[in-house]
Ligand binder design. Structure first.
Ligand code: HEC
Ligand code: HEC
Ligand code: HEC
Ligand code: HEC
Ligand code: HEC
Ligand code: HEC
Ligand code: HEC
Length: 264
């Protein structure tokens, strides 16, 4: 649903603007300028522009031009090459003067995602939900799933969208992503067809807490006789037992080596 995702972001951007302070202006492909949020602060430092960063970090200049974040600018004053590097790393003048004392004078969002949350406030909220990947706890970080500098923000780069997202999850969750004798075809649509990548109000990062998780793909057909058909089985008495994947039902929801109905 690109439409709703867009408006969610727009809302986040507007909310950021209302928080006030020094504003960053985003110029996207479209000519619409969107104002977001306060850039990171480093005491005593001023913005120097991307060109200054490229002088020492030469390997960043090329691929970064294809990044979504290349278009993000701190519209404080016009600086050579724009100010997109510093919109994540903070103003770089003190770091550029004394790069060896780096930790002190430049922000590294791998260690602290606050810089990302400043702009992506909706994502911050997702990581506060009861079930979430432990990013705010410092166990995982954004960079394990996103590439901040490359052409492709979603890791791993290349390949087809969903297959690629499964690959991303599989690098840590091998058990769920392995091949099974009885495959659940839902897996072809990607882990994110059932799980939220950041956080969820439902346990195990699930997008839905109950049978609706499954019913969005498996139609439920009611007959005149009061039967409730899902697939080739009357589920009338079964649906009251609990969620489809508990209570001895489809517990092998990711796939089974023993049972085509994914019972175990
Ligand atoms: C005068 C050269 C120079 C300039 C200019 C410069 N850097 Fe650096 N930067 C370095 C050096 C040297 C290191 C340390 C590399 C190392 O020891 O591995 C470094 C490290 C970093 C780190 C890693 C910090 C950490 O603690 O992990 C970041 C992030 C960084 N620079 C960003 C920038 C940004 C953004 C700019 C532009 C605003 C910039 N640098 C400008 C030389 C420079
Ligand atoms: C979207 C936010 C974002 C933008 C924009 C961004 N960076 Fe980074 N940068 C990060 C994150 C996150 C890390 C940590 C990456 C990692 O450890 O793999 C990082 C790490 C670095 C490092 C340290 C790499 C290391 O191996 O320790 C340097 C140097 C750096 N960035 C320079 C730049 C330069 C130069 C630019 C602009 C051309 C830039 N960054 C733009 C988020 C950003
Ligand atoms: C200064 C504001 C700003 C900062 C800081 C920032 N972003 Fe972004 N980010 C944006 C904007 C603007 C977009 C483009 C949104 C759009 O196209 O509507 C974006 C896009 C993205 C996307 C792609 C969204 C999509 O659907 O294609 C990801 C993923 C992302 N950012 C992650 C990060 C991470 C991780 C960090 C921290 C390392 C970070 N961002 C820091 C402003 C920011
Ligand atoms: C476990 C992997 C993972 C981690 C960790 C992660 N992301 Fe994501 N992120 C994803 C996936 C997968 C998507 C695509 C979701 C989709 O297409 O439905 C996504 C989408 C996004 C988007 C665009 C969609 C949206 O919800 O606005 C942004 C922005 C984003 N991530 C930012 C971040 C930031 C910032 C962090 C760190 C604080 C982070 N992500 C950590 C996997 C991750
Ligand atoms: C970089 C490693 C990494 C990646 C990539 C990753 N995860 Fe995770 N995942 C974790 C860690 C660590 C936990 C927390 C485990 C814990 O708390 O026991 C977790 C927890 C989970 C849980 C909840 C488990 C529970 O018992 O509550 C689910 C579901 C999950 N991840 C799904 C995904 C999906 C879907 C993706 C891809 C979008 C993904 N993960 C990508 C490391 C990762
Ligand atoms: C058809 C929906 C669906 C798809 C697709 C799906 N999952 Fe799950 N996943 C679930 C359900 C339901 C649970 C909860 C199982 C439970 O509580 O017993 C779960 C639980 C998990 C857990 C927690 C550990 C466990 O087994 O209880 C992890 C980790 C996980 N899934 C990872 C993934 C990964 C990685 C992918 C993609 C390769 C994926 N899931 C695809 C529905 C799905
Ligand atoms: C993204 C879509 C999707 C979701 C969500 C989904 N499934 Fe499936 N499932 C399929 C497809 C496609 C098939 C194979 C075609 C069929 O049998 O309908 C399948 C097959 C099955 C089968 C085997 C049917 C048979 O007779 O062999 C079972 C059992 C099953 N799913 C249970 C579940 C459960 C339980 C959930 C919720 C946790 C779920 N599915 C969620 C798409 C999905």
């Amino acid at each position: 649903m690109p439409g709703s995702r867009f408006s969610k972001r727009w809302f986040a951007a507007a909310a950021g603007f209302l928080l006030g302070g020094l504003a960053l202006v985003i110029s996207s492909c479209s000519s619409v300028q969107r104002t977001v949020v306060v850039p990171p602060h480093i005491p005593g430092a001023t913005f120097v522009g991307n060109q200054a960063c490229y002088e020492c970090h030469t390997n960043y200049s090329h691929a970064f031009q294809g990044s979504v974040h290349f278009r993000v600018q701190a519209d404080i004053e016009k600086l050579p090459g724009g100010t997109s590097c510093e919109s994540c790393h903070g103003p770089g003048s003190r770091h550029a003067e004394a790069p060896r004392e780096r930790a002190q004078f430049i922000i590294n969002p791998r260690k602290d995602p606050k810089a990302c949350f400043d702009c992506h406030q909706d994502v911050h909220l997702q990581f506060r939900l009861p079930s979430h990947h432990p990013v705010t706890e410092g166990i995982l970080n954004c960079v394990q799933c996103h590439d901040p500098h490359g052409r492709e923000i979603f890791k791993p780069a290349g390949g087809l969208g969903m297959a690629r997202l499964n690959e991303q999850c599989s690098s840590c969750h091998k058990e769920q992503a392995r091949t099974y004798v009885f495959e659940h075809e839902a897996m072809r649509e990607g882990c994110v067809s059932c799980h939220q990548p950041h956080g969820s109000i439902n346990s195990k990062l699930l997008t839905e807490r109950d049978a609706n998780l499954c019913l969005k793909c498996h139609a439920q057909v009611q007959s005149g006789a009061g039967e409730v058909w899902i697939g080739k089985t009357d589920h009338r008495s079964l649906l009251s037992l609990g969620s489809c994947w508990s209570a001895g039902c489809h517990t092998a929801v990711h796939g089974s080596n023993f049972q085509p109905k994914l019972l175990y």
